[in-house]
Ligand binder design. Structure first.
Ligand code: 13P
Length: 328
């Protein structure tokens, strides 16, 4: 949570990495996934703007062409390696359209191994969908809060900082007010549960969605509306001891993610440090510059550096979109 720095979420599962590679017409093969990660992690200078990288299990066990494990590449740059540990979602029986994340079984042992591989923080993602007037139910929010809490307890006992991520999904036709109501409720239930089970809030990071109208809503939220609704939500739900708050980009364009982060930072100092932890909004411009071609790697890494720099500036409220001809 160092000022002016953020976290790169490079924790796509092997299947989701395939969606990124498909953007540049590359098949989802181990070699292409490894190239993609090597370009990200070895980009010169990213450590000026990136303090942590979240990886997926297979990424954590892979390395550069020269054989250096990715966690060691990052640690050598002063970037803290992190690991995504939930194993994805399954249906919540009896609650149509709602899901719960799994992965608690054997987590203590997995954390011990990840710690040995270099991980010092971890992420668990819960998925919350807004649908008409019905969803999400308090039952689903509560079940996910319990799973997030149990995960956070096990992480802290293993010496690993938990990042808890209740992602309120951007897809849908809900309006801004509904997004604010749902996010506030989800976070209130989550933090009540974390406190009930004595999770150390100072040693925990919240990874949140920004509060904004769904992508199909006719009235798309402006950066100022997003900023006000998001900060209001946090003040209604997040205890001040929490170590920090980071944002996912959630399917917003890279430019919009950065503009919204900038508007949030412009509201001034908050009780928590706040920054970015984007995946798509950071990786997509780099992928488009790379196009899977070795001769484009230097340009792709420079694009990545610029994108990280713009987000660093945005986290401080100093992003100037007139000076940006990279983010779309
Ligand atoms: P996006 O920024 O692409 O939403 O990914 C962040 C993340 O970690 C989602 O779980």
């Amino acid at each position: 949570m160092a000022p002016g720095k953020g976290i790169l979420a490079a924790d796509e599962s092997d299947a989701t990495a395939g969606k990124r590679l498909a953007m540049v017409h590359l098949p989802n093969e181990e070699g292409n996934r490894q190239d993609f990660r090597e370009i990200l992690f070895t980009a010169p200078g990213i450590e000026e703007y990136i303090s942590g990288v979240i990886m997926y299990d297979s990424t954590m066990r892979t390395g550069t062409d020269a054989g250096i494990p990715f966690p060691d590449v990052l640690t050598a740059k002063g970037i803290v390696p992190g690991i995504k540990v939930d194993l994805g979602t399954v249906d919540l029986e009896g609650f149509k359209g709602e899901v719960v994340s799994q992965g608690l079984d054997g987590l203590k042992e997995r954390f011990a191994e990840y710690y040995d591989l270099g991980a010092r923080f971890a992420k668990w993602r819960a998925v919350i969908t807004i649908d008409e007037d019905e969803l999400p139910t308090d039952a689903a929010l509560t079940m996910n809060a319990i799973m997030l809490t149990r995960y956070a307890q096990i992480a802290q006992a293993a010496g690993i900082v938990p990042m808890v991520e209740p992602e309120v999904i951007y897809t849908g036709d809900h309006n801004l007010a509904k997004a604010e109501m749902v996010t506030t409720r989800a976070l209130q239930i989550l933090f009540q549960t974390l406190m009930t089970y004595k999770v150390d809030l100072e040693g925990l990071i919240l990874k949140s969605s920004m509060v904004l109208a769904g992508d199909m809503n006719s009235e798309q939220s402006t950066p100022e509306q997003v900023a006000n609704a998001t900060i209001r939500t946090f003040h209604m739900s997040v205890p001040h001891e929490v170590g920090g708050i980071v944002f996912l980009s959630g399917g917003q364009t890279p430019r919009r993610s950065t503009e919204n982060l900038n508007a949030i930072a412009k509201l001034g100092e908050q009780p928590w440090p706040i920054t970015f932890s984007f995946s798509r909004a950071i990786e997509e411009p780099m992928l488009l510059a790379w196009q899977g071609k070795p001769e484009n790697i230097a340009v792709a890494q420079d694009t990545l550096l610029q994108v990280c720099k713009f987000n660093s500036q945005a986290s401080l409220g100093r992003y100037d979109k007139a000076a940006d001809n990279i983010l779309k």
